[in-house]
Design a protein around this ligand. Structure first.
Ligand SMILES: CC(C)(COP(=O)(O)OP(=O)(O)OC[C@H]1O[C@@H](n2cnc3c(N)ncnc32)[C@H](O)[C@@H]1OP(=O)(O)O)[C@@H](O)C(=O)NCCC(=O)NCCSC(=O)C[C@H](O)C(=O)O
Ligand SMILES: [Mg+2]
Length: 289
């Protein structure tokens, strides 16, 4: 299933048990709000967090922001009830953790059978086993609600026993392959979180790297990260101008039927026209926010 194209530059997680943070999210410039029931919530607060997430979705007030509930896994004491509650609440998407294979996607899809048709399934890409099954997990989108992936680099680091270096070298293979598999099946894909809350320069650098890898946006953990992330994941004025020039050039009668043309001193092929059209659509969707 393919998601409706919309800006997903910044996706802010918050513990659904933190009513103050959930309320604050209604005023923040993030494109997506993720109400977390999983790792941000202590076991003794799981049930209250579930109830608060449902109430927040029902109360609304998130405006243009896409609303997502991240549930606990089906292999935990809370997963089944979380999925039932999330299906009834009907957010834009339900994000499921630690997916290992296509059968896991199918199980989560079945657990969401009562959800509104518009509610999508998103999956965390954060286990070693899933990295060797990216193709079959992405292909499950053809028969289920699956429409998006979110990288879980904290869990991946834990499993791999990798260091989270500034350049994220230990994760390059996982990040690149996940983006390629997601794109092969038309899935959205968001980058993992940056844990250093006060390090704006480091955040900006990993946001730039996320754009380089091809991610649609990045998951975040604090409101102060939103502005940097939105800026870096928005197409620049220069990129939009170039894209518009490519679209205009291919529309000229003298270029009809051509596969490659010269635009402002650079080669543009029909594949660049497709990229240009997508970039302008993203820029217009951002401008509309
Ligand atoms: C990381 C935090 C625990 C830091 O909390 P704290 O130091 O208390 O924050 P501040 O005092 O700076 O907060 C200032 C105000 O901002 C609000 N706030 C803080 N965080 C958020 C948020 N995420 N969303 C909305 N609002 C937030 C505070 O309420 C303050 O408001 P006010 O008093 O009105 O000024 C905390 O930021 C936090 O809990 N972050 C989210 C943690 C989380 O959700 N983690 C789970 C997702 S990460 C993950 O699991 C990734 C993945 O699975 C993987 O494996 O990689
Ligand atoms: Mg995780």
């Amino acid at each position: 299933m393919t998601d409706t194209p919309r800006p997903r530059r910044s996706a802010l997680y918050m513990p659904a048990s933190n009513a103050k943070a959930v309320d604050k999210a209604r005023t923040l410039a993030c494109d997506t709000v993720i109400l977390d029931l999983e790792d941000a919530v202590a076991p003794e607060a799981k049930e209250a967090a579930r109830a608060q997430a449902v109430e927040a979705v029902k109360a609304g007030g998130f405006g243009r922001r896409e609303l997502v509930i991240r549930v606990n896994g089906l292999d935990t004491p809370w997963g089944k009830d979380d999925l039932k509650a999330a299906a009834e609440a009907g957010p834009d998407a339900v994000l499921v953790p630690k997916v290992n294979c296509a059968a896991d996607v199918q199980a989560y899809h079945s657990a969401l059978h009562a959800a509104p048709a518009a509610t999508r399934l998103w999956a965390m890409i954060e286990t070693g086993r899933c990295l060797f099954r990216l193709d079959e997990i992405a292909a499950a989108s053809e028969t289920t609600r699956l429409s998006g992936w979110v990288m879980g680099t904290n869990d991946l680091a834990k499993e791999m026993r990798a260091r989270q270096t500034p350049g994220r070298e230990p994760f390059h293979a996982a990040l690149g392959l996940a983006v390629a598999a997601a794109r092969a099946y038309g899935l959205s894909i968001l980058d993992g979180v940056y844990n250093a809350l006060e390090d704006d320069a480091g955040l900006e650098a990993v946001c730039e790297q996320g754009v380089d890898f091809g991610f649609d946006g990045k998951t975040l953990i604090h409101p102060r990260q939103v502005e940097i992330c939105n800026r870096v994941f928005s197409p620049s004025e220069g990129e939009v101008a170039w894209a518009r020039a490519v679209i205009a050039a291919f529309a000229l009668p003298e270029n009809a039927g051509k596969g490659a043309i010269r635009v402002e001193g650079r080669m543009a092929e029909l594949l660049h026209l497709g990229q240009a059209e997508r970039l302008v659509a993203v820029a217009e969707a951002i401008a509309a926010t």
